[in-house]
Design a protein around this ligand. Structure first.
Ligand code: CMC
Length: 407
């Protein structure tokens, strides 16, 4: 239970630790320090996921991420996150069947996507298409469990189809219809590459989705929560989260990691590249995290998966560059707690699976939809509209100057 006292105490401690707060307000919870980016300020009480950034622990509903990534599937994980417990065999069968049933897109949505400019970023296409679902499924019955269940199914089922459809459309082709005999991950790779993936590729991609499915109150989840708290429809919630995920400081980083490795070009250039960025105080993509001060546990798992994939499909020279970048960055910035985050190795895995660079972030969205929906449900259970306050820094009581007298 979070009490006013613990918030005030936490803020006092946080303030002392970083020396960052500037300004403050007096409110119901005592004196609150202003913290840029709301760092360390609890926005919700949640039982969905847990992160220990010092020890590198991530759990979904109490289950370690390593177990879910290696022993579970993405759909099992999505069920766990959204409905609170691992499904039984019957529950999983019924969930998978419903998702399969809802995979197809209405022809009007496909036609709408055909009008999008081919040069547009796939995240923008996804955001627009996700929002459009609200037009086609316009009934809003947030207190009806059946409405909630159907919306969850539709969103999880249709988002991958939308991502793959835009990829086909911008190449000048018709979207490929989902295949009922393929699982969730395999079907997405099939709709994208027009061929059935090898089972190991499908398994690794499925595990990548599990690793990206949820991560407490990050920027896109917070955005989803704020939108959800107005009691709007779930399609608006997801569209708003997709828009937030698109930024390079959040989901967009994995795309930039691959460009960075290409720009570095060879292992010999790594030291000079990193030193140059560090001396210019520029960020190195795929490193650093607001919460983790050690190597992100998801990066550790993804790195092993990348190696597994390279053993099967052949090594990617970018991987050797990445290993050297990790070594040099750790040497230069490890003392600040800057280590690889989830995005550092995910781009390399996606690249090897034949996923185009600008689809890396949409793929992140396919996975994170599970977490967004879990938080949407949790928010609805005890909703209060988000309405934070501000520390006003402007002037007061200035005179109104008529336009002809303004200089
Ligand atoms: N490269 C170099 N220095 C860094 C990096 C980095 N990637 N990240 C943080 N720092 C330094 C930063 O310069 C600052 O140094 P100083 O205290 O000397 O001014 C210090 O570490 C704290 O940085 P910050 O930007 O205040 O930290 P934050 O908690 O606000 O930012 C972050 C977290 C993820 C936005 C940031 O680390 C970053 O921009 N990383 C690169 C982009 C990236 O990989 N994003 C993916 C994040 S993980 C997936 C997700 O959440 O979507």
């Amino acid at each position: 239970m979070i009490t006013p006292t613990t918030i005030a105490d936490a803020q006092a401690t946080n303030g002392k630790a970083s020396g960052q707060p500037s300004g403050g307000i007096n409110g119901a919870y005592g004196t609150c320090a202003f913290r840029p980016g709301l760092e360390g300020i609890p926005a919700v009480q949640s039982s969905i996921s847990y992160v220990d950034g010092k020890q590198g622990i991530l759990e979904y509903r109490g289950i370690p991420i390593d177990d879910l990534a290696h022993r579970g599937t993405f759909l099992e994980t999505a069920y766990l996150l959204i409905w609170g417990q691992l499904p039984t065999t019957e529950q999983l069968e019924s969930f998978s069947h419903d998702i399969q049933y809802h995979r197809r897109l209405k022809f009007r949505i496909r036609d709408m996507m055909k009008c999008f400019p081919e040069s547009g970023h796939p995240m923008d296409a996804l955001q627009a298409s996700a929002a459009a679902l609200g037009l086609f499924y316009s009934r809003r019955a947030l207190l009806d469990p059946e409405y909630i269940r159907a919306a969850v199914m539709r969103i999880i089922a249709k988002i991958p189809t939308m991502v793959a459809a835009f990829q086909m459309i911008r190449k000048g082709n018709d979207p490929i219809q989902p295949r009922d005999d393929l699982g969730y991950a395999a079907n997405f790779l099939y709709m994208l590459n027009e061929q059935k993936p090898d089972p190991i590729e499908a398994k690794i991609f499925d595990a990548c989705l599990t690793l990206h499915a949820e991560h407490t109150i990050n920027a896109s989840t917070f955005s989803a929560l704020v939108t959800a708290s107005t009691m709007t429809d779930p399609y608006a919630v997801i569209a708003s989260a997709v828009g937030t995920l698109a930024g390079p400081l959040h989901g967009g980083a994995n795309e930039e990691v691959v460009s960075m490795l290409d720009e570095i070009g060879s292992v010999d250039n790594v030291k000079a590249y990193v030193d140059d960025r560090v001396s210019c105080r520029q960020k190195i993509m795929g490193f650093g995290h607001r919460v983790y001060k050690v190597k992100d546990p998801r990066a550790c798992i993804l790195q092993k998966m990348a190696e597994q994939l390279f053993d099967k499909l052949g090594r990617d020279r970018r991987y050797d560059i990445a290993l050297e970048v990790e070594k040099v960055v750790e040497d230069r910035l490890g003392h600040k707690g800057i280590y690889p985050n989830v995005d550092f190795y995910s781009g390399l895995v996606y690249k090897r699976l034949g996923i185009p660079d600008d689809l890396f972030t949409p793929v992140f969205a396919i996975a994170r939809v599970a977490g967004w929906l879990a938080h949407w449900r949790e928010q609805l259970e005890e909703n209060r509209i988000f309405r934070p306050t501000q520390v006003y820094t402007g002037a007061h009581q200035l005179p109104y100057i008529p336009i002809e007298e303004r200089g």
